[in-house]
Design a protein around this ligand. Structure first.
Ligand code: FMN
Length: 195
């Protein structure tokens, strides 16, 4: 009986915590895209101007999966991480608000309404991907670098433009993402289609 009561309370707590939370389920990533790795490496570059076109949901799905999605049954990811700590979270800033990429559900969880996108040299992209280290960890810069390169290569292979940005309004981004003091924004990636 006590076990049942505990399970019931735990379930109610989870339901209460998720109540009202907007979750955008992403379509399954399309792993049949045909661009070659050598072509992507040939085309990879930092691009700081973007078309106004919003990112299509399938492209966003594939981009997030490529960045740091789950690629094996044991839960490991497209990006390596030191001692498999998986310390890099990916967030999205778009015209609707701020979102956390839930890699286990391949979905976006809404955090705040509003437009918190960061421009690059006065160019506003349709969205930013934000790479956040969960806590102080000596390898977080390295781990974020792999995610960043995944983003670069996916964009290069699919007619999209991006740049790794180490300079941004840290206070605004931290607030938009409800980050805890121990969390650190490592890089912001503006992303859009090529102009
Ligand atoms: C960690 C890191 C931080 C960067 N920060 C910025 C930045 O704040 N602003 C910017 O315009 N470019 C930034 N860049 C992009 C570099 O300027 C760019 O990679 C470099 O000029 C080489 O160009 P390429 O990426 O086209 O090869 C950054 C790149 C890295 C790896």
């Amino acid at each position: 009986m006590r076990k049942f009561t505990f399970a019931l309370v735990a379930t109610l707590l989870v339901v209460a915590c998720n109540a009202g939370q907007t979750v955008k389920k992403l379509p399954a990533p399309n792993k049949e895209r045909t661009a070659t790795l050598m072509q992507a490496l040939s085309d990879r570059q930092s691009i700081r101007e973007y078309a106004d076109t919003p990112i299509a949901l399938q492209d966003l799905s594939d981009l997030l999966w490529a960045a740091n999605g789950v690629n094996r049954p044991d839960g490991k990811r497209t990006a390596p991480s030191a001692v498999n700590r998986q310390d890099i979270k990916v967030y999205v800033l778009d015209t609707e608000g701020s979102w956390l990429y839930d890699h286990t559900e391949h979905a976006l969880i809404k955090l705040n309404d509003g437009d918190f996108r960061q421009p690059i040299r006065e160019n506003m992209p349709p969205m930013n991907l934000v790479l956040v280290a969960d806590a102080e960890w000596q390898w977080s810069g390295v781990d974020a670098g792999y995610v960043s390169q995944n983003i670069y290569l996916f964009c290069a292979a699919n007619g999209m433009a991006t740049v790794a940005m180490g300079m941004f309004d840290e206070e605004a981004v931290t607030k938009a993402l409800n980050l805890l003091t121990e969390q650190q924004v490592v890089l912001v990636h503006p992303v859009g289609y090529k102009k």
